[in-house]
Design a protein around this ligand. Structure first.
Ligand code: SAM
Length: 260
């Protein structure tokens, strides 16, 4: 079989470091009977050791050439390949208690994280390799330039931990940037305090759309001076200065008042 030529449009950077593969699998600790779902198995660098531990694997892959290779290499009753776009994939259909993993295509990582957040209730945990800069935005604390919509919405839904960094040389072709592995564990439903999550999302989006402006201006259409006073938040503050809990309180006040 001819060697596979990595496709840029599918964000293909294949893991070639056995040490990093082992470290990722060790972090995941797959057990027999776990429902492990791999996004973008590619040439199978993670697939093989995951299968060895879990016994079975679900995988979502978009590249037909890679799917043909994977089907030759792995029996269908062990590796169930769903051909298609992970951004459109209905993860919930695979059952509850999913363990989602992947060395993600970096070009779609942000929309993919939002797509996965929407089905977090069916997930036990997720382990992803991403661009280091994206992981830093995910886990960022308020106050800095890295803290944004991605940080607020993902921290609302998940506990997240940056596990370790991965240098470009661990991949072929080597990306231009450093990578990092992140662990995401969904918070239990009861711990999610927003009464209207769609409204929370809207507010966070509006606030960060012009992150340098005062909240008084960016959220002018929704919140009055009286609302800011009741919330105990100075309306002169900027989006990046508010904690996740502040956004939840804003959304809940508006939900209570029937403002959507
Ligand atoms: N897991 C392999 C590894 O670690 O070597 C490959 C990782 S590579 C960074 C990303 C993989 O995701 C590729 O196999 C690529 O074809 C696949 N991919 C890209 N876009 C995708 C999409 N929208 N849906 C599903 N898979 C996708």
């Amino acid at each position: 079989m001819k060697p596979h030529v990595a496709r840029k449009r599918f964000g293909q950077n294949f893991l070639v470091s056995p040490g990093i593969v082992a470290k990722i699998v060790e972090a995941i600790r797959p057990q027999a009977n776990d429902v492990v779902v791999e996004i973008g198995p590619g040439l199978g660098a993670l697939t093989l050791p995951l299968l060895a531990r879990a016994g079975r694997l679900e995988a979502i892959e978009i590249d037909r050439d890679l799917i043909a290779r994977l089907r030759e290499r792995f029996a269908a009753d062990r590796l169930d390949i769903h051909e298609g776009d992970a951004l459109q994939f209905a993860f919930s259909g695979l059952g509850p208690d999913l363990r989602v993993v992947g060395n993600l295509p970096y070009n779609i990582s942000t929309p993919l994280l939002f797509h996965l957040a929407a089905c977090a209730e069916r997930v036990r945990d997720m382990h992803f390799m991403l661009q280091r800069e994206v992981v830093e935005r995910m886990v960022a604390a308020p106050g800095g330039a890295e803290y944004g919509r991605l940080s607020v919405m993902l921290q609302y839904r998940f506990e997240m931990e940056r596990l370790f960094l991965v240098p470009p040389g661990a991949f072929n072709p080597a990306p231009k940037v450093e990578s990092a592995v992140v662990r995401m564990i969904p918070r239990p439903r009861a711990a999610l305090a927003a009464t209207d999550e769609a409204l929370l999302e809207e507010i966070v989006k509006s606030a960060f759309a012009q992150r340098r402006k005062m909240l008084r201006n960016t959220l002018r259409e929704r919140l009055s001076e009286e609302d800011w006073a009741a919330l105990g938040i100075a309306p002169t503050r900027r989006a990046e200065e508010l904690a996740v809990g502040d956004y939840v309180r804003i959304a809940n006040r508006l939900a209570e008042a029937g403002i959507t």
